[in-house]
Design a protein around this ligand. Sequence first.
Ligand code: ADP
Ligand code: AMP
Length: 213
Amino acid sequence: MKIIMLGAPGAGKGTQAKVIAEKFGIPSISTGDIFRANIKNGTELGMEAKKYMDQGLLVPDELTVKILLDRVAKEDCKDGYVLDGFPRNIPQAQVLDKALEEQNEKLDFAIDVEVPDEDIIRRMSGRRACAGCGATYHVEHIPPKKEGICDTCGQELVLRDDDKPETVKNRLDVYHKQTQPLIDFYEAKGILKTVDGTMDMKEVSAAIAAILQ
Ligand code: ADP
Ligand code: AMP
């Protein structure tokens, strides 16, 4: 099963990608997490990506596409994967399609998690991410058992640099201009499925599970 998650930043793609991944025993792959891990480790890729991420801009395709294609070529992806945050523009989607075609493969579903912009800003200011394992929480909606501490690995939870309101606004603009056109792109391919992302997290998971059955 090969699935991509679509939706605005903060729509709940990562939250749901992890649920799907667990259910189907496939990896959930976030290009944002890969960049953040590189930033944390001080790599050249991380330093370059950070320049764009801090402004809410997309990291250039030359950097992004290669790390994604390398990642999906790994052994743990042989039975499929859920992509969270890739593709984010039409050229990225075309590169992915071409790479899959060359292996006689294709995507099964593009799941669009719909949340209006006004809800997004609220979600992002409450988002807390684990600096260790990348797990995501929300201070009100999806709190950790112990405030400020990751349930999974016990490390500290932090507000992402790019979740500050001024950056979120830029990220939403970038989403509408560059990423939203992917909805029509995958609709035309007949694999688009839409879910209402404003529901409770468990209800969103149930709606996605019904699609994937
Ligand atoms: P994305 O991966 O699309 O950027 P996340 O999965 O990180 O979004 O979710 C953004 C924030 O919203 C996080 O703090 C997450 O815990 C919270 N969240 C996710 N799904 C829901 C939901 N259905 N209702 C309320 N908050 C949610
Ligand atoms: P995310 O964790 O998915 O919200 O991504 C955080 C940031 O990483 C984005 O705002 C972009 O700057 C960058 N990024 C993640 N995925 C991509 C991608 N597919 N293409 C370009 N930039 C990306």
